[in-house]
Design a protein around this ligand. Structure first.
Ligand code: SF4
Length: 479
């Protein structure tokens, strides 16, 4: 496949890239800012309105949380039920402890089936384990079939949004990327670009040996993988090739089929503002006698990759996430810097919670701070995940990290706590502050000295008032 040069900024794509320079780059990327400008008014407004119009939304959100909580509490039992159901349906269940394990299982299945041409429907879990690279290294030809993912794959980028992977591109950039693939200049019109991709992808579906999908939910009692999409590519991926492999995180398991409608009502509304997504595919194993399509071989790969550890820890609620993207659309940080600045596979507020847990807190030390803690993410979340609270917990953990070189912040908070517990000391400190830097009058400090200068790199530091409130109150306030 041709790999055109990215038309916009070439983003850092490593999990360990520096967050602050990436943010700076994003803020100065005119095309990215253009692409992001409508996010709040499109997806953000639509999903807010759609969730808001549900008459029983709070009860439904609460119910979704309760199902997730119950499912995760007895996950070991549900996995046994799921394995029996998958095997009853003629499929095979594989447990993958980590990314390398999952890559090995999937490449092994493909090689044993004598496959080479692979079509994929959108799967953030496959991004998490860098599956495409592993498959290409094993000699496979891999094609993403979600429209946004296809564009992103052609550009050599990573998805920048959970449900809109090419969110960071303007239509002109998308046109340039697809034109390079087509070998001709395509018009910068969504319909024309989609028509080109449709023609290109239909041919690939017909020729593919293996289809790899993700799964929004996995129902333990029936062994069904539930895939929600708007493009129909997931249905073609799972039903046309001979072999279907579904790669899903263990947290996606729900016990009963009867639990599914709760999530179906919430997910489409929270993701795209639709009452229902266009396609809800429920895949339960192999093609049966008399059926016109369906795979002849089915494998469900359940990925742990740190999830069991998270499940046993204080931030287990982050596993309730159904990947709708609503918290990204609501977040003032994401809406300014986009998804790539976060560095990890999962961007936005939930990414700021997940990436440090999957990938280590110290290498991702800026992510828990990439939030104003305004609470918009939790308000938008269909399962009411307490993201701000978890970000604060991660900040706490970070301050306790011995590996953290910068102890200044921890020291400052300790001094603050000492002063707050001793009113006399607090009074002396505020008296001193007003009579030193407070005397600078209304001037603001444009640049703090030494290690504090980071604070004033992109903002002023307001000087304290020349007179303390306490002094003003004694002389003026009681008149
Ligand atoms: S945290 Fe909530 S809002 Fe964000 S992607 Fe997950 S389910 Fe959606």
């Amino acid at each position: 496949m041709t790999q055109p040069q990215p038309t916009g900024t070439d983003y850092a794509r490593s999990e360990h890239h520096e967050f602050l320079p990436a943010v700076d780059q994003a803020l100065h990327d005119a095309n990215l800012q253009l692409a992001l400008v409508n996010l709040g008014d499109t997806l953000g407004t639509r999903n807010k309105q759609a969730l808001g119009s549900l008459p029983d939304k709070d009860a439904l959100r609460q119910r979704a949380r309760a199902i997730k909580e119950a499912a995760l509490s007895r996950l070991d039992e549900h996995l046994v039920t799921l394995q029996a159901a998958v095997e009853r349906n003629g499929g095979q269940l594989h447990f993958a402890a980590d990314a390398a394990d999952a890559q090995q299982i999937i490449t092994g299945v493909i090689q044993r089936a004598g496959g080479r041409r692979v079509v994929k429907s959108k799967s953030m879990t496959s991004e998490e384990i860098h599956l495409n690279h592993a498959l290409e290294a094993a000699g496979c030809e891999v094609l993403e079939t979600d429209f946004g993912e296809y564009i992103v794959q052609l550009a050599g980028h990573r998805p920048s949004h959970l449900v809109a992977p090419a969110m960071h591109l303007t239509i002109n950039e998308a046109r340039d990327i697809l034109s390079a693939d087509a070998g001709q200049t395509l018009p910068a019109e969504a319909e024309a670009l989609a028509a080109y991709a449709r023609t290109r992808l239909r041919t690939a579906f017909g020729a593919a040996d293996v289809g790899i999908s993700g799964g929004n939910f996995v129902v333990a009692e029936t062994g069904s993988v539930v895939i929600i999409s708007n493009e129909g590519n997931a249905r073609l991926t799972t039903s046309l090739p001979r072999v279907h492999i579904a790669l899903v995180g263990i947290e996606k398991v729900i016990p009963r089929f009867a639990d599914l409608p709760v999530f179906l009502k919430l997910l489409a509304r929270a993701a795209t503002g639709q009452k229902m997504s266009v396609y809800t595919s429920i895949v339960s194993g192999l093609r049966r006698d008399g059926e016109l399509d369906g795979a002849e071989e089915f494998h469900l790969v359940l990925l742990d990759n740190g999830r069991s550890r998270i499940l046993a820890g204080p931030l287990r609620e982050s596993l309730f996430c159904i990947r709708c993207g609503a918290c990204l659309n609501a977040c003032p940080i994401y809406r300014n810097v986009g998804g790539h600045a976060y560095g990890g596979v999962y961007a936005g507020p939930i990414g700021a919670v997940l990436t440090p847990q999957y990938d280590g807190l110290v290498p991702n030390q800026h992510l828990p701070h990439a939030s104003s803690l305004c609470g918009a993410c939790q308000a938008a979340c269909p399962v009411k995940i307490a993201i701000p609270e978890m970000l604060v917990q991660l900040r706490d953990q970070l301050h306790a990290e011995p590996a953290m070189g910068g102890k200044l912040e921890g020291f400052a908070y300790r001094m603050w706590a000492v002063a707050m517990r001793r009113p006399a000391l607090y009074r002396i400190a505020t008296w001193l502050a007003t009579r030193t830097i407070g005397r600078l009058g209304k001037r603001w400090l444009a640049r703090l000295p030494g290690p504090l200068h980071g604070w004033t790199q992109s903002r002023d530091f307001p000087a304290p008032a020349a007179q303390r409130f306490r002094d003003w109150w004694e002389t003026e306030g009681q008149k």
